[in-house]
Design a binder for this molecule. Structure first.
Ligand SMILES: [Zn+2]
Length: 477
């Protein structure tokens, strides 16, 4: 059955440095509970919010990247509800009515379908900047069975982007592709780090023909976006096929059990009593701020994808490079230094990445990658026929992966120890080839060099040096 899907994506502006309205850290992970707090983010009486300009700038960059219309100024609104993890009893957010002005209205996200490499579009209804609430934790058994709840305000006030799309998505797979690409784009813009725990949450609105819209809340990963929607569409299809009606409701995604469950009550927007926050004046989006944000917005995965495929790199390889931001930057820098694009792409997208996987190292951590000079040096070894690609891959990449800052020349020039005696041994064993060579069959030399390299084993050696040494030794016989 045809499904119609729209998403509401909450992404922390994790790179904003501090919380949205105070100087507490935006990165609260790993801290003792309730140590990353101050009177502002605890909502103590008399404390006043001061907006984090960097957060606004990054939100503006996202709005520009998604081609939104940008207002002259923005107005924060209060959204009222009561919950223990919301100390002020309202959340500072944005709303397009009741006097509020969000940072973006009417944009579009263009994202690729990796099976066809076609670019799809999903319209963006609006983007809000708002603050994250704290966290409520329950004992085992969750909200229904835990005898008490623990509240941690370390997260309270962390800046969030709320990105609301139009219902333009048609399948769970497409919804997942959109979220993946959106997060990657926000990483390229420098807005967020998609790999931080709990850095984004997705609520999905989904309906099928002949049914009401159901909202599924609490989806915490891109894989779960696909799973939750697949489950929900199957559930709704079964109801309709059985002659029933899908009711309008809000459901909760239970990732552990892989099902959606009904939630008791959902507030409607009129119940939130929105009004402009009197503690925060409207914020004028000045030209220099827009200029700065536009610069950030120029960086996009699509731009890099097109640059890489423009060098005749196959699309799947290019995608593999682009989906790891640091490897895309590394690729471009290596090519700029003079590396051969084909060789650099193979090293970065396939074989070096494979080595990292084998070592259990994170390819998203820049510290696990060599500098561009190393990629350039490796590429040169291959294009100048010093080594075959397989020799670089087998002998050098594992060493570099376990020590990315290693000096390439130190492994290139490493000589096999007791080379002389190895050559002697090989020449004794390969009597026939030696005779052939001495009688003028020069190709026998290749065979002998190969035999010596095999004998040396997996150590990195320079085949040209070996060739010279074998020739010299044969001249003496
Ligand atoms: Zn604070």
């Amino acid at each position: 059955m045809r499904a119609v899907i729209g998403l509401e994506i909450h992404v922390q502006i994790s790179e904003a440095g501090t919380k949205l309205f105070c100087d507490c850290r935006a990165d609260y992970r790993g801290l003792e509970p309730n140590t990353n707090v101050c009177p502002v983010c605890l909502g103590l009486p008399g404390a006043l919010p001061v907006v984090n300009r960097r957060a606004v700038e990054l939100a503006l960059a996202a709005s520009i990247a998604f081609k939104c219309s940008i207002p002259k100024y923005i107005v924060f609104t209060r959204k009222h509800y009561f919950y223990p993890d919301l100390p002020k009893n309202y959340q500072i957010s944005m709303f397009e009515r009741a006097g509020g002005i969000p940072i973006c209205k009417g944009g579009v996200v263009t994202f690729p379908d990796p099976s066809t490499w076609e670019w799809r579009e999903c319209r963006v209804r609006r983007i809000n900047i708002e603050e994250d609430p704290g966290r409520t934790e329950y004992e085992e058994g969750g909200i229904t069975r835990s005898p008490y709840a623990l509240v941690d305000y370390n997260r309270s006030g962390v800046p969030l982007l709320e990105i609301v799309t139009e219902p333009d998505l048609r399948s769970p797979r497409e919804a997942r592709s959109l979220v993946e690409y959106l997060m990657l784009t926000l990483e390229y813009l420098g807005v967020t780090n998609p790999r931080l725990e709990g850095v984004f949450r997705v609520d999905a609105n989904v309906s099928i023909e002949g049914g009401e819209r159901v909202e599924v809340k609490n989806i915490g990963s891109t894989l779960d976006v696909e799973k939750a929607l697949t489950y929900e569409i199957a559930r709704q299809t079964m109801i309709v096929k059985g002659g029933g009606r899908v009711e309008r409701e809000t459901r909760h995604w239970d990732a552990a059990r892989g099902v959606t469950r009904p939630l008791r009550h959902k507030e409607y927007e009129e119940e939130y009593l929105y009004f402009p926050d009197p503690d925060l004046p409207p914020i004028l989006l000045r030209d220099e701020m827009i200029e700065k944000a536009s610069k950030l917005a120029e960086e996009s995965p699509r731009k890099y994808f097109e640059m890489v495929t423009g060098m005749m790199i196959p699309k799947d390889l290019a995608w593999s490079i682009v989906t790891v931001k640091h490897s895309a930057l590394l690729f471009m820098k290596s090519v700029k230094l003079g590396a051969d694009p084909q060789v650099a792409a193979r090293i970065i997208a396939v074989d070096y990445k494979g080595e990292l996987r084998e070592l259990g190292r994170d390819p998203h951590d820049p510290r696990n990658w060599p500098p561009p000079e190393t990629i350039y040096a490796l590429s040169k070894l291959v294009t100048e026929n010093v080594y075959t690609y397989d020799a670089v891959k087998g002998l050098m990449l594992p060493k570099i992966a376990s020590n990315p800052t290693i000096d390439v020349s130190s492994i290139v020039l490493e000589k096999a120890e007791n080379l002389e005696s190895i050559i002697d041994e090989v020449l004794r064993a390969e009597e026939k080839a030696v005779k052939d060579y001495l009688s003028g069959k020069s190709q026998a030399l290749n065979y002998l060099v190969g035999a010596v390299i095999r004998k040396i084993g997996k150590r990195a050696v320079d085949p040209r040096a070996i060739r010279r040494a074998v020739e010299e030794r044969l001249r003496k016989t």
